[in-house]
Design a protein around this ligand. Structure first.
Ligand code: PMV
Length: 353
């Protein structure tokens, strides 16, 4: 234990989930992405994590109790324990304490919303606050950069959740600003239409995925389309940076839908191929495209690694889109569940004792 350290205390962070507009699919080395990804952090779908630490005799491994939604979870305890043990070289003080991590999501567990992004981001931020307690204050920019790097080691998409607004993770051709090691806030100005954007998450199914994202990333290693996919994602990222600045809605919609369908196309054309979307997913997509065409309202969709549909639309059409969702899409949702989320401001430090 260093001189600055406290004997016991508790740190709590709240961190959002994010939705990728340009998808990360395929990794190499120690959780490094094969292409850049660009995401929007959400406002409502968040994980709250507290890290309680209590000084004890130094051990060899991290001494951890993990609670998920208030209940001890041996499954998460093992995963997070391995994650923390792998960090000991850089964060040796983690073995100076008995740690209790208490993590909960404010979105339903059965909603099928990927929680690893918000969960690993909140945890990484708690680890960074503990680092400050043990070693002293860290410059804010470095603090979030290192938190993003730490979050990435738990789950790639989590690297993007340590910021609000729009974030890029992965090197971008022609720019020295972005890195494979951590995510950064989008450097350019965001057009007013995209500053507050809505993401209505339609819960088509809450079932566990048949093929998880780790297995999906691995299947990209021998994927016949991998090379051209990585180049496409690079091109889309470069174009999307421009679109978010100029407010070019037509091009936004084309890129967004292409990214969503490409992600699932890659899953279907993997060896072995697999399908995560459901018939309701396709029906919702058809209805969104039809509504856009007939009503001339700029509404679009994206998909994560699952059957749920993220309906993206500008704030100014909120009333019309909510009515459309309630009248035509809710019937296709599992138990009528949907969450009207939107662009969020990023993580919050809730408490430090
Ligand atoms: O962070 P992971 O390893 O769970 O991978 C997430 C991949 C996608 O959610 C499908 C896309 C993305 O960029 O978030």
């Amino acid at each position: 234990m260093s001189q600055n350290s406290k004997v016991k205390g508790k740190i709590s962070w709240q961190s959002p989930s994010n939705i990728a507009l340009i998808k990360y699919w395929g990794k190499h080395g120690n959780q490094l992405p094969c292409n850049p990804s660009l995401s929007m952090s959400l406002k409502l779908s968040v994980t709250t994590t507290s890290l309680s630490y209590n000084y004890k005799e130094k051990g060899k491994n991290v001494d951890l109790e993990f609670l998920f939604n208030g209940k001890r979870s041996k499954q998460f305890e093992k995963r997070v324990g391995n994650y923390l043990n792998n960090l000991l070289k850089e964060y040796p003080y983690l073995v100076d304490y008995h740690l209790i991590i208490d993590s909960s999501n404010n979105f339903p567990h059965s909603s099928g919303i990927a929680s690893s992004a918000s969960a690993f981001s909140a945890l990484a931020l708690c680890i960074m606050s503990l680092k400050e307690i043990c070693l002293g204050d860290i410059d804010r920019k470095e603090f979030f950069q290192e938190a993003s790097n730490l979050a990435r080691l738990g789950s790639g998409s989590a690297s993007r959740s340590v910021y609000g607004g729009y974030t890029i993770w992965g090197k971008v051709e022609g720019s020295t600003h972005y890195s494979d090691d951590y995510a950064s806030l989008l450097k350019s100005t965001i057009h007013p239409v995209f500053q507050t954007f809505y993401d209505a998450i339609l819960i088509v199914s809450g079932e566990n995925k048949k093929v998880g994202s780790s297995a999906g990333h691995s299947l990209m290693e021998k994927h016949p389309f991998a090379k051209s996919r990585y180049q496409q994602a690079m091109n889309h990222t470069i174009e999307m940076i421009d679109v978010l600045e100029t407010g070019d809605m037509d091009r936004f919609i084309e890129i967004i839908e292409n990214e969503a369908l490409t992600l699932h196309g890659l899953m279907m054309s993997s060896d072995p191929g697999y399908i995560l979307i459901k018939s309701e997913t396709i029906e919702i997509i058809e209805r969104i495209r039809n509504f856009r065409q007939t009503q001339k309202i700029p509404i679009t969709f994206t998909l994560d690694a699952g059957p749920n549909v993220h309906v993206l639309y500008p704030e100014s059409y909120r009333k019309e889109v909510i009515k459309f969702i309630e009248d035509e899409l809710v019937v296709l949702c599992n138990a009528g569940q949907w969450i009207n989320d939107s662009t969020g401001k990023g993580p919050k430090l809730l408490n430090i004792q």
